[in-house]
Design a protein around this ligand. Sequence first.
Ligand SMILES: [Mg+2]
Length: 149
Amino acid sequence: MKPSTTSDERMPKLVVFDLDYTLWDMWIDTHVTGPLRREKNTHNEILDKHGEVISFYNHVPQILHRLREAGVKIAVASRTSAPTLKIHEKTGIPYEEMVFYDDEHRNKETEQLGVTFCLVRRQMDHDTFEKGLAEWRRRHPAPPQEDEE
Ligand SMILES: [Mg+2]
């Protein structure tokens, strides 16, 4: 028998992250020059051509790991709703199954599609992650369990 999942554990099928100032502390397209390399066995740290360090915000590796463990697809998008739209076309995952984390409030417009948008106020961290999931669960309640008669 499978243990019944509580509503608290449900996850969307896809989580989309903006990159700059959501997952890391920079504009990747203007501050980084390839090729990128990793020195020794550093975790969460790679270097660009000029030795500039590129790291995710502290909580990000754990958040990504947690999503992978839960079998949730991960996608990245930057700017406008267009990338989100393409993700839907490519994956066939409905917008209602997506949570989108972004530091730019204007991208809340993706909610018109049915995506759950979560504003990242300072940086992506565990609290922000949970906030987005909680909002998605609130909007998309679990269907009643048929075996609870
Ligand atoms: Mg950004």
